[in-house]
Every structure is written in C-alpha cells, then in structure tokens.
Design a protein around this ligand. Structure first.
Ligand SMILES: NC(=O)C1=CN([C@@H]2O[C@H](COP(=O)(O)OP(=O)(O)OC[C@H]3O[C@@H](n4cnc5c(N)ncnc54)[C@H](OP(=O)(O)O)[C@@H]3O)[C@@H](O)[C@H]2O)C=CC1
Ligand SMILES: O=C([O-])CC(=O)C(=O)O
Length: 252
C-alpha cells in the first residue's frame, strides 16, 4: 500500500482469541506509529479513539455500532448493507445524535456516490445498480440456491429486485447496492441486478443515473482481494481514504 504519513495510534478490536493474528498483521504492515490489539469492546472504547472504522461485517455493526456512537465517537461503516435493517439504522442514528457523533458511510467498492448524492437534490428519475462478479465470489451465498455456480457457461442474472432485499440477502456482496440506495435516498426505489459471470475475473459495479441535473453511468472493475474474492481491494482503500482525510487539512 502507498499510504502517506502514518496515523498516530491504531487500536484494533478483534474477537477474543484472534489477538495474535492481528498482532502479526500489524507487525507486517506499519499502519501507525503505535498500535494496540483489544479482544473486548469495553477495553477498546476505554482507549478513547477519535474515530472507529468498522471493517468486519454486518454482525459487527449490529453488535458494536450503537455503543461507539453513543460514546461520542464517529463510526465509519463499510458493511453498509447492515443499514437495510431500518430499525438498526434508526437506532444508530439515535445513538449518533445522543453522542454528538456521525455515522460515516464511505463509497467502498463503488464510485460516483458524490455525483449521485448531488443529483438527488435535483430530483432522481431512475437509479439502477448492476453487480457482476465471477462465480467464485458468489460461493457460500444464497446465489447457490438459485444457480449451479460451477456449471455456468455464460453471465447469469440470479437476483433482480430492490436494494433492501439484495443488501439483506447478500451481506458480503451487496453492500454497494445499499450504498447506492442510501445516496439515492431510497432502499426500495433503486433497482438491483446481481450477476454471476464465468467470463470475468474482476468485481464489476455499474451504476446508471437519470436526474434533473445530469445523467451518468459509472463502471468500476474492482480487483478482488487475494484474501477474499467477494471483496474488491477498493473497499479497504476507501476506508483508508476516509481516515487519512481526517488527519489532513484538505479533505478530498
Ligand atoms: N461497502 C463496500 O463496498 C464493501 C463492504 N464490504 C463489507 O466488509 C466486510 C468485511 O470484508 P472482508 O474484510 O473482505 O471480510 P472477511 O470476512 O474476509 O474479514 C472480516 C474480518 O472481520 C472480523 N470480524 C467479523 N466480525 C467481527 C466482530 N464482531 N468483531 C471483531 N471482528 C470481527 C473477522 O474475524 P474472524 O475471522 O474472527 O471472523 C475477519 O477477520 C464484508 O463482510 C462486507 O460486509 C465488503 C466489500 C465491499
Ligand atoms: O467489494 C466489492 O466488490 C463489493 C462488495 O463485496 C459488496 O458490495 O459488498
């Protein structure tokens, strides 16, 4: 990774028992001048972080999101699909207000969220999201109940519906659908198609927007993380950008 000046202090919250693995990763990648690994949320919050970034999954947002925000700490969430649960989203917003903190949603693996958010103010006519990944990225998901992933010979749409349902049913693969929906202001209005494509090696995201100020399409071909083919490398860099912006005088 090509990161500018390192952060001052990084504390990582892991599940109890995973501390040694996190220590080894920290030793291999110098992400901060100093670092700590914690196995419990109370110890983690006692370190009084300036900002917390969730990079773990929907369960972690549900388990720890409210405590972080109510404690007055901004929370950057990458498992954005967790917010398809309207009740959880409302509780996180209430906790943020009570704590004087912000729930921050970075673009993650997609782009154009700035333009979509601006276009929303001019009136959105249509927003669609298409998520296309190689079959191996859909292994272990409910796509397997709809398709024989190993037998695919051509691109196959296996889900067509709302962003809310997509985000809920594909928690490791459709966070982008939730991000687009939240930027567009409607989980139930953005139309989503999810595709398994044996002819590609990248995770492809396409957003098409028609609005009162501009029409645009954006297409990203994310390189999959070597550690997890469901996840594009872009997602991690997007969190890093958010954190580094907080340490900069100029935010871009
Ligand atoms: N917004 C976006 O564009 C994108 C969002 N995502 C989201 O990011 C999440 C993480 O992606 P990725 O890193 O590839 O996923 P992985 O499943 O590869 O890694 C998740 C890590 O988080 C840890 N973890 C999970 N739950 C907890 C918890 N409650 N407390 C502490 N640690 C926890 C896991 O630990 P352990 O091994 O102990 O389980 C594991 O080390 C995805 O599940 C997805 O929801 C992913 C891609 C794009
Ligand atoms: O990383 C990606 O390409 C997108 C992803 O998994 C998601 O939207 O959850």
């Amino acid at each position: 990774a090509h990161l500018p000046a390192p952060l001052e202090h990084v504390t990582i919250l892991v599940r109890p028992g995973s501390e040694a693995k996190a220590e080894a990763l920290l030793a291999a990648h110098r992400v901060a001048e100093a670092s700590t690994v914690r196995g419990d949320i109370a110890g983690f919050l006692a370190d009084a972080p300036d900002v917390v970034a969730e990079c773990a999954g929907h369960g972690a947002v549900r388990d720890h999101g409210e405590a972080v925000l109510r404690g007055g700490c901004d929370l950057v969430v990458i498992a954005i699909g967790a917010l398809a649960d309207a009740d959880l989203h409302a509780r996180l917003e209430a906790a943020a207000r009570a704590g004087g903190a912000k729930l921050v949603l970075p673009p993650g693996a997609v782009g154009g969220i700035d333009a979509l958010g601006a276009a929303r103010l001019s009136g959105l006519e249509e927003v669609t999201y298409l998520g296309r990944k190689p079959p191996r990225a859909w292994k272990g998901t409910s796509a397997e109940t709809r398709l024989d992933l190993d037998a695919l010979t051509e691109p196959t749409v296996f889900y067509e519906g709302t962003a809310r349902e997509a985000a809920r049913d594909y928690p490791q693969n459709a966070n982008v659908a939730a991000t687009v929906a939240l930027a567009a202001g409607g989980f139930d209005t953005v139309r989503v198609r999810l595709i398994a494509d044996p002819g590609i090696t990248r995770n492809v995201h396409e957003v098409a927007v028609r609005s009162g100020c501009a029409d645009f399409t954006i297409r990203l071909e994310g390189r999959p993380s070597p550690a997890n083919p469901k996840t594009s490398l872009t997602a991690g860099y997007s969190v890093a950008r958010e954190l580094l912006n907080r340490a900069s005088a100029t935010v871009i």
